[in-house]
Structures are given as structure tokens and as C-alpha cells.
Design a protein around this ligand. Structure first.
Ligand SMILES: Cc1cc2nc3c(=O)[nH]c(=O)nc-3n(C[C@H](O)[C@H](O)[C@H](O)COP(=O)(O)OP(=O)(O)OC[C@H]3O[C@@H](n4cnc5c(N)ncnc54)[C@H](O)[C@@H]3O)c2cc1C
Length: 416
């Protein structure tokens, strides 16, 4: 591997590959992508169902076809791809250490893009009491089990979560021949917004027939060698219920793969847990950019790919003029807002106030007026008929021109 390159991209998922392709198209000579897995493509490689590509490729593909498309494009435009290569830490301002089957080494670049994605919080991190039997998965682990290793899963599954990614678990379990006996959600309504289910009428029908237990919490997993049942608490009335099953799938509850960002001293946003970025994907460290799910948990693959492309254009700008903002003003959020992204403002954002901001909420709110203020100054407000968890909402950037970059952090909140 050449130890010096123009742009080094960590992670060959949709964000990393789309960024690499765009960089080559924009004329960057040397673009290196490192991926710890034996193949490039990221999470979609294991999602053997349709629902990928509508917004970025303008057609509907299965996860593996989508991953193959980006891999082929990257090869065709001459991206230097290295699989089975893991970035392990920093060796300098823009130098990263790697380990690969050929040994260890250091890669130095003029700019670095972190696109390391996200993972689901597994059972131990969710502190679920009970025994430790076989048959407990995250969606990602389940999909590897089924599609990569072709192993039998079980017969009856309970899915913890009722959001978009839970549908992916439903589809995988169905392919593996399991019956889904219940989906559990702590919220009073499910959050199945069906973005991944286009063209899947059987799925809509299946979901209609599957019990979705709202306002419930998984209290305990039971079973000695194999899962035998789960105990569920109905939070509205305190009732407990035992549901026989042999498989439990934890879906959603994302943790950004932020180890490289953290070890590089990048400022981490305490709400998204990803590196803090401005609207141009610039992190708090000069020449280091970030894109994709690393920034804020799981959006669609297309959103991540489009972010990768947008980051690539900002990287080209940086390679050309070397400019980097010296003042960064974080954006604060107040409950029930869960996070906002981008989550820091720089002079680059103020200069191009057409940016959009994404945000999510923790709970359902009807007729919510979302406002932004800086100190006592009111900057913006917009009323939404309905806000719900696990659904991304958007704000335009008309308020940016009024922000004082040397003032207090602007606060995004829901008007009481
Ligand atoms: C179960 C499931 C189902 C989904 N279904 C859909 C769907 O139907 N439609 C849709 O549009 N989206 C779907 N998504 C979302 C979609 O997969 C993601 O939005 C997309 O993969 C994010 O792209 P990314 O490039 O940010 O991250 P990833 O795809 O996660 O890629 C990040 C890559 O970085 C690599 N990496 C991490 N750390 C290192 C390191 N230190 N060194 C080297 N490499 C590293 C990882 O191995 C990985 O390949 C689904 C997600 C899940 C989990």
C-alpha cells in the first residue's frame, strides 16, 4: 500500500464509497479507502432485501446489489481499495496506523474522511436481566448469521424495537423461516414508517398481523441453553406477560463507531455520540471530515451516500484552498429534542445559509413548535403537526444569517 495519498477514507460503506467515487470524479488523483471487512460495501452487504438506492441511484435495489454497484463504480474510477485492513489509531495530524494481513503500517493523507458507520447496542450494553442462553441477536448479527454463515436461527422470535430497522429484522426472520410473535416498543405507538418496505405488500400485511406491543419493556430473558421465553412489562398498568419464544432480536438503539474519532481527540457531540461537524462535514480537527451514520446513528443508505458525496466536494475545496474555520459554535438541544445534525456552526455555514438541519425527538409530540434561540434572541420557529421518535425531521437554514458566531450556543427546543 502506498504510504502517502491525497485523501484517506476509513470505512467502505455507502458513505465512504460514494465519497471516494465523487473525489475521483472531481479529479483528485489518489484516493485510498480502507475497510476492515474482507469485502467493501458496508452494512447493505448483509441486508438481502430490497429498499436501497431510491434517493441516490433513483432505483430500488437489494442491499447486496446496492453494495456491489458502489464497489464496481469505485473500482471503475480508480479508487485504491484495501479490504481486511483496520485503522487502529493515530500516528500524527493526518496519519493513521493500520493493521492488515500484510502487516502493520502508517497511512498519511492531505485530508481524511471518517465513515466508520454505526452498530446496534447489543444485549449486554442494554443491561437486560435474566439468563444468558443462545438465541439472542442484534439485527446486524442476525443477518450475518443467516446470509453470511447460512446457519439455522430458531422458530419463534420476539423483536425488541418497532422502528424502520425492525422491519429489516422481520424480513430476515421470515427468510429464515421464523414466526415473529411480537414486536416490543417502549413508546405508545410503533415507529414503522415503512421506508424500507417499498414494493413489499406481503410485509405490510405481515406487520398488520403481527402483535406490536406498545408501552412495553423487556424485563427478562428466560431459558437455560436456549431462549425459552421473555418477560415483558406493560408500563401503562404495571402488568407483566410471559411470551414463549426461542429467539430475541434487539433492533436499533445505535452507537456510532466513534473509536477512531475519539482517540484522535475530535470533539464528540454528547447527543449523537458522533464527531461534531459543521454543515460541510468538517470535524473539530483540521483536515479531518466525517460522514454517514457515524454522525448520528442510522439513516438510510442513500442519506449516507449523499452525505459522502457532499463531504467529498468540501474535501476538494479544502485541498484547493486549505481554509479551515477557526471558530466553532456548537448547537445545543433541549428535551424532547434528541439531537440535531449538523451540530456545530462555522463561518462556512453562515456564508451559505441554505443548509438544512436534521433533528429527532425522544418522545411523541403533537402540534409541536420547534424553535431556535441564541441567548434571549429568537431566531426561528416552525410548527410540526406531529413529531415522533426514530423519525428524522428537517429545518431550513434561514435563521443562520442572524447567528452571532461569538455568542452563546444556539438552542433548539420545543416551545412549551
Ligand atoms: C439491519 C439494517 C437494515 C437496513 N436496511 C436498510 C434499507 O433497507 N434501506 C436503506 O436505505 N438503508 C438500510 N439500512 C441503513 C444502511 O445500511 C446504512 O444507512 C448505511 O449502511 C450507512 O452507511 P455508512 O457508510 O455510514 O456505514 P456502514 O455501512 O456501517 O459502513 C461503515 C464501514 O466502516 C468500516 N469500519 C469501521 N471501523 C473501521 C476501522 N477502524 N477500520 C476500517 N474500517 C472500518 C465497517 O467495517 C463498515 O464496512 C439498514 C441498516 C441496518 C443495520
Amino acid at each position: 500500500m502506498t504510504p502517502e495519498t491525497d485523501v484517506l477514507i476509513v470505512g467502505a460503506g455507502p458513505a465512504g464509497l460514494a465519497a471516494a467515487i465523487e473525489l475521483k470524479r472531481q479529479g483528485v488523483a489518489n484516493v485510498t479507502v480502507v475497510e476492515r471487512e474482507p469485502e467493501v460495501g458496508g452494512i447493505p452487504r448483509f441486508c438481502a432485501h430490497t429498499g436501497f438506492g431510491l434517493q441516490d441511484l433513483h432505483r430500488l435495489l437489494s442491499g447486496p446489489s446496492y453494495a456491489r454497484y458502489y464497489a464496481a463504480q469505485a473500482k471503475a474510477v480508480g479508487v485504491d481499495l484495501h479490504t481486511a485492513t483496520t485503522i487502529t489509531g493515530w500516528e500524527g495530524e493526518r496519519s493513521l496506523a493500520y493493521t492488515s494481513p500484510d502487516g502493520i503500517g502508517t497511512l498519511t493523507a492531505k485530508a481524511i474522511l471518517l465513515a466508520t458507520g454505526v452498530r446496534e447496542r447489543p444485549r449486554p450494553a442494554r443491561l437486560i436481566p435474566g439468563t444468558r442462553p443462545h438465541g439472542v441477536f442484534t439485527t446486524g448479527a442476525l443477518q450475518r448469521f443467516v446470509y453470511e454463515r447460512h446457519l439455522p436461527v430458531g422458530k419463534k422470535a420476539v423483536i425488541v424495537g418497532a422502528e424502520a430497522v425492525s422491519l429489516s429484522a422481520v424480513m430476515t426472520l421470515r427468510e429464515a423461516g421464523l414466526e415473529v410473535v411480537a414486536l416490543l416498543t417502549e413508546h405508545p405507538h410503533h415507529q414503522l414508517y415503512f421506508p424500507y418496505s417499498l414494493g413489499k405488500f406481503w410485509l405490510l400485511d405481515l406487520i398488520r398481523r403481527t402483535p406490536i406491543l406498545t408501552s412495553t419493556r423487556l424485563r427478562r430473558i428466560m431459558g437455560t441453553r436456549r431462549v425459552e421465553a421473555v418477560e415483558v412489562l406493560h408500563t401503562a398498568d404495571g402488568r407483566t406477560e410471559t411470551i414463549p419464544c426461542d429467539t430475541v432480536v434487539f433492533t436499533g438503539d445505535w452507537i456510532p463507531e466513534n473509536e477512531i474519532a475519539r482517540s484522535g481527540g475530535l470533539i464528540i457531540d454528547r447527543h449523537t455520540l458522533g464527531p461534531q461537524v459543521d454543515g460541510g462535514h468538517r470535524t473539530s480537527r483540521k483536515g479531518i471530515f466525517a460522514a454517514g451514520n457515524l454522525l448520528r446513528g442510522a439513516e438510510s443508505a442513500a442519506t449516507s451516500a449523499l452525505e459522502g458525496r457532499a463531504a467529498a466536494r468540501e474535501i476538494v475545496r479544502f485541498l484547493t484552498d486549505g481554509r479551515w474555520p477557526d471558530v466553532r459554535l456548537p448547537i445545543a438541544v433541549e428535551a424532547p429534542i434528541a439531537w440535531v445534525y449538523p451540530n456545530t456552526l462555522t463561518a462556512f455555514d453562515i456564508a451559505s445559509p441554505r443548509r438544512t438541519f436534521d433533528f429527532r425527538v425522544q418522545t411523541f409530540v403533537e402540534g409541536a413548535t420547534v424553535q431556535i434561540r441564541q441567548g434571549t434572541k429568537h431566531l426561528y420557529s416552525r410548527t410540526f403537526r406531529h413529531l415522533g421518535p426514530n423519525e428524522t425531521m428537517h429545518l431550513d437554514g434561514r435563521w443562520l444569517a442572524q447567528v452571532a458566531l461569538d455568542g452563546e450556543p444556539p438552542v433548539l427546543s420545543v416551545e412549551a
